[in-house]
Design a protein around this ligand. Structure first.
Ligand SMILES: [Zn+2]
Length: 88
């Protein structure tokens, strides 16, 4: 399996392709929001993206874009009262 464990689609031919796809996903919230809104039809991804954007809007920086990682970051932020991943 060429894909990293955090890969959403697990269908990349090489680790490099997988990383590039991940980087595209990570950057869409900042520069290419329109591309995401128009291009992603998978409902799970939509929900993940919304969750990720919500987290980032609060200054939280999840370790990845998967729901589990975002929820963990939100959870920890709730408990600590500090945005997870942000500078102390
Ligand atoms: Zn992949």
């Amino acid at each position: 399996m060429a894909c990293r464990s955090g890969c959403v689609t697990q269908n990349h031919d090489s680790w490099g392709d997988c990383l590039r796809a991940s980087n595209i996903q990570m950057s869409t919230g900042d520069a290419n929001g329109g591309l995401v809104d128009g291009g992603w039809t998978n409902k799970k991804w939509d929900n993940e993206l919304k969750l990720y954007r919500d987290a980032r809007a609060q200054g939280i920086q999840p370790e990845g874009t998967s729901t589990a990682k975002i929820r963990k970051a939100l959870d920890i932020s709730d408990k600590t009262g500090h945005a997870y991943g942000s500078a102390l």
